[in-house]
Design a protein around this ligand. Structure first.
Ligand code: SAM
Length: 313
C-alpha cells in the first residue's frame, strides 16, 4: 500500500494574497487563518521520507507567504538531495523570492495565471496584481531549473484565450497546462463554467502529438511542429486518474488526506507524537481506504466538496 505514496503535497497556510472567485472568494477571508508550525512540518517531512516519498510540493493558500519556505526546502535537501522539491504559486512574490528559493534548492515552480488580460485578471482574482505575476514568471524562469504555467479553464471566461496563452508560454519556452474546473465548496454551483479538456483541445489550431510522460503525472502532454513546448491537459473531472495516483496531502492544520475528494483524514501532527509505527499504520489505513472515486460534478452535497485554499489544489 505504502508504495503508492511517492508524492507529498503540503498546504503550508490557508491565507492568500489573491481572492480568486472560484477558489477563495472574499467571504472566506474571515475563515480562521492557519499556518502550520515549522517543527511539525519538519517532523512530517522526516516521516514521509522514511515512508518513501520522492517528491514534495509546497502549496497553499499562497506558499510564498510562508516565511520559512526557503528553510523548509533546504531542510528537505539536507535530508536527501535527490528529493524533488516544487511549489505552486500565484507568482506575485516570485520577483523577490525566486533567487532565495533557488539557492535553497527548489527544483520547480508552477505558476497559476488564468488570463493575460489585466482587466480580466483583476475580475477573477479581485486584486490588481497582474504585472507582479508577469514579473514573477520572468524572474522564476531566470533563476529556477523548471517553470510551468497552470491555467484553470473556465467557460466564457478564458476558454477563448487558450491559443494566446499557449503562444505566450511558447514565447517564454515554458510548458503550460490546462486544468479542468473542479467543483469546490465555494464554486460548486457554477457547473456551467466547466469545459472538458477534450472539448478545449478541439478548439485549438494545432496538430497535437502525444508526448510520453510519467504514468503518475496528472497531465497528459502534447506538442506540435509549430511549438517548442509541451501543452498539458489535466482532466480530473472528465477522466479520473485515480488509478495511478501516488499523492498524499497535508494541510496546514496537520490533517493528512489520501485524496482531494475523499474527505477521510487524520491529524498527522498529533499522531506523530505516538511514534513512527503507529503513524505508519494509520497512514496505511488511510491509503487502503482510498475510494478512487474521482471528482464528480454530479453530487450536490456542497459540504462534501473540498476547499482548495485549505487543501492546496
Ligand atoms: N496560491 C497558489 C496558486 O495560486 O497557485 C497555490 C494554491 S492554489 C489552490 C493551487 C492551484 O489550484 C492553482 O493553480 C489554482 O488555479 C487551482 N485551483 C483552485 N481552484 C480550482 C478549481 N476549482 N478547479 C481547478 N483548479 C483550481
Amino acid at each position: 500500500v505504502i508504495n503508492r505514496i511517492q508524492y507529498l503535497r503540503i498546504s503550508l497556510l490557508n491565507s492568500c494574497n489573491l481572492n480568486c472567485t472560484y477558489c477563495r472568494p472574499a467571504q472566506v477571508e474571515n475563515d480562521k487563518l492557519i499556518s502550520g508550525n515549522f517543527i511539525n512540518y519538519k517532523n512530517s517531512i522526516k516521516f514521509m521520507l522514511k515512508l518513501g516519498v520522492k517528491k514534495i510540493r509546497f502549496t497553499g493558500g499562497e506558499p510564498t507567504l510562508y516565511k520559512k519556505l526557503p528553510e523548509l526546502i533546504q531542510f528537505v535537501k539536507e535530508l536527501n538531495p535527490s528529493i524533488y522539491t516544487a511549489i505552486t504559486t500565484n507568482g506575485i512574490l516570485m520577483k523577490q523570492r525566486a533567487k532565495i528559493l533557488a539557492d535553497a534548492g527548489l527544483d520547480s515552480v508552477n505558476i497559476s495565471i488564468d488570463t493575460l488580460q489585466k482587466r480580466k485578471f483583476q475580475s477573477i482574482t479581485c486584486k490588481d496584481k497582474f504585472e507582479d505575476v508577469i514579473d514573477g514568471i520572468k524572474y522564476s524562469i531566470k533563476e529556477l531549473p523548471k517553470v510551468k504555467l497552470n491555467i484553470v479553464t473556465i467557460r466564457n471566461f478564458n476558454h477563448q484565450e487558450v491559443h494566446q496563452l499557449i503562444q505566450f508560454a511558447n514565447s517564454l519556452n515554458v510548458d503550460i497546462r490546462f486544468i479542468e474546473y473542479m467543483p469546490t465548496r465555494y464554486n460548486s454551483h457554477n457547473n456551467d463554467e466547466y469545459m472538458s479538456g477534450n472539448n478545449l483541445m478541439k478548439l485549438l489550431p494545432y496538430n497535437f502529438k502525444h508526448v510520453q510522460s510519467d504514468k503518475s503525472s496528472a497531465a497528459k502532454y502534447y506538442t506540435s511542429d509549430d511549438l517548442s513546448i509541451n501543452v498539458g491537459f489535466i482532466n480530473p473531472v472528465s477522466h479520473s486518474f485515480c488509478e495511478n495516483c501516488n499523492r498524499i496531502r497535508l494541510t496546514s492544520d496537520g490533517r493528512l488526506f489520501g485524496c482531494l475528494f475523499s474527505g477521510a483524514s487524520f491529524n498527522l501532527f498529533d499522531t506523530l507524537k505516538k511514534g513512527y509505527n503507529h503513524t505508519k499504520s494509520e497512514t496505511e489505513t488511510l491509503i487502503r481506504n482510498k475510494k478512487y472515486s474521482g471528482c464528480s460534478l454530479t453530487t450536490n452535497n456542497q459540504s462534501k466538496f473540498p476547499s482548495f485554499v485549505n487543501m492546496g489544489g
